[in-house]
Design a protein around this ligand. Structure first.
Ligand SMILES: C[S@@+](CC[C@H](N)C(=O)[O-])C[C@H]1O[C@@H](n2cnc3c(N)ncnc32)[C@H](O)[C@@H]1O
Length: 230
């Protein structure tokens, strides 16, 4: 989305949940005790294998941009971290064409080429990243789908079976949302695994993603949870 397409009509989250989901700690404990046994889908395995070859031959810091959508944040992070290898992952074919490495644009300040966009399902991809011990420094999850109905708590990342692997990726985890409760829940879920973080308002000069731009244009507050592991 270009800035001219950004409209200020984004609705604030509506939820039937008065606070942290009452079953959250129980759900996280279940997922720690019973890791997902689901087979890895072939398309994600293939996408991972291609990236794994690149990561294993790279010696600097790796940044993972999960749910990267069209990859705007992936590109910005690559520009801000020229020594890092930045990998953006999204499952949507509409948003990503797998390994579109050849469409690296020159915005007048030189071509940014230290990033890759990958189409893959993170429910599988995270498990492969953990098994391969990728040296991820920063792990971004920017504006994940909120699933605000209480009955959909297990569709939120902290309620999903892959949450223990999500937490295992990155020295630092940076999560953003326009729904503060999502971040508070993620914070509580991380606490179950003995990782602690803090929540603050986002006030970057330049929006990191199209969703962030849209929420800000609608006058909504965007929040960030930062979990630093060491
Ligand atoms: C609300 S959008 C945010 C996109 C982008 N981060 C932004 O802020 O503009 C959420 C994104 O998460 C992606 N997503 C949801 N579930 C996913 C999964 N299991 N694996 C990979 N991507 C997923 C969707 O395809 C969508 O692009």
């Amino acid at each position: 989305m270009s800035s001219t397409e950004i409209t200020g009509d984004s609705k604030a989250i509506v939820t039937n949940q008065p606070g942290i989901h009452e079953k959250l700690a129980e759900i996280v404990a279940k997922h720690i005790e019973h890791p997902s046994q689901k087979p890895i889908q072939a398309h994600t395995q293939q996408a991972f294998d291609e990236m794994d070859a690149i990561v294993q031959s790279f010696s600097g810091p790796v940044i993972l941009d999960s749910c990267c959508g069209v990859g705007q944040s992936t590109r910005l992070l690559a520009k801000q971290n020229p020594n890092a290898l930045v990998i953006g992952v999204d499952k949507s074919a509409h948003r990503i064409t797998r390994n579109v490495d050849d469409v690296k644009r020159d915005d007048g300040e030189g071509i940014v080429d230290n990033y890759h966009l990958v189409r893959a399902d993170l429910n599988d991809f995270y498990r492969l990243v953990v098994a391969a011990k990728w040296p991820v420094d920063k792990h971004y999850i920017l504006y994940p789908n909120p699933w605000p109905k209480a009955k959909h708590v297990q569709r939120r990342w902290h309620g999903s079976a892959v949450f223990p692997q999500i937490i295992a990726v990155g020295n630092e985890i940076i999560l953003r949302s326009n729904w503060q409760l999502y971040l508070q829940e993620f914070q509580v879920a991380a606490g179950v695994m003995d990782f602690f973080g803090s929540i603050s308002k986002v006030n970057d000069e330049q929006p990191l993603t199209p969703f962030e731009a849209k929420y800000q244009a609608s006058g909504q507050v965007c929040w960030q949870l930062t979990i630093a592991k060491n």
